[in-house]
Ligand binder design. Sequence first.
Ligand SMILES: [Zn+2]
Length: 179
Amino acid sequence: MTSRSAAPQSDGPQDPRYCATCGGPLVDGDDSRFPVCQSCGRVSYLDPKLAGAAMVQIDNELLLVRRAIQPAYGRWSFPSGYVNRGEQVERAVEREVMEETGLEVRADWLVGLYSEPGKTVVLAVYSATVTGGELIAGDETLETATFPYDRLPELAFGGDAEIVKEWLVGRNGRALPQP
Ligand SMILES: [Zn+2]
């Protein structure tokens, strides 16, 4: 493993406690699952939160980051982070990889879109190729390292191992036939 010394993925942002229109306190709505303002009656419709992650291969190993933030502090996962409003998802993934690992990458193809009932965050996972930069431990990262696919550390989130599997399958399906 090459070691040098992450980002949100599971629980997502906290629900708001105050009305965005008048600042009044929010209470649970009767008819909807959304909170309602006690002062002006406005319903706060809560949207999903989109995050992006990158599967990056380096010398036939997978790039992982050890998270310096909650949730899953200290655990290994893929470079990932929230997509900003107005930002193209591929560019967000590339930005997050740069911020967390110092590597310039190009997001190539969508591995999958991952969501779970009751979870706020929807995760878009891209396969990405390194185009430049130098591996460091960047923002929200304790450490960065690459691991052989069959000897990955315990990953931060329940669905991570499945994502790796689907990425490897997709990657092999895209490989050009050998002459
Ligand atoms: Zn209000």
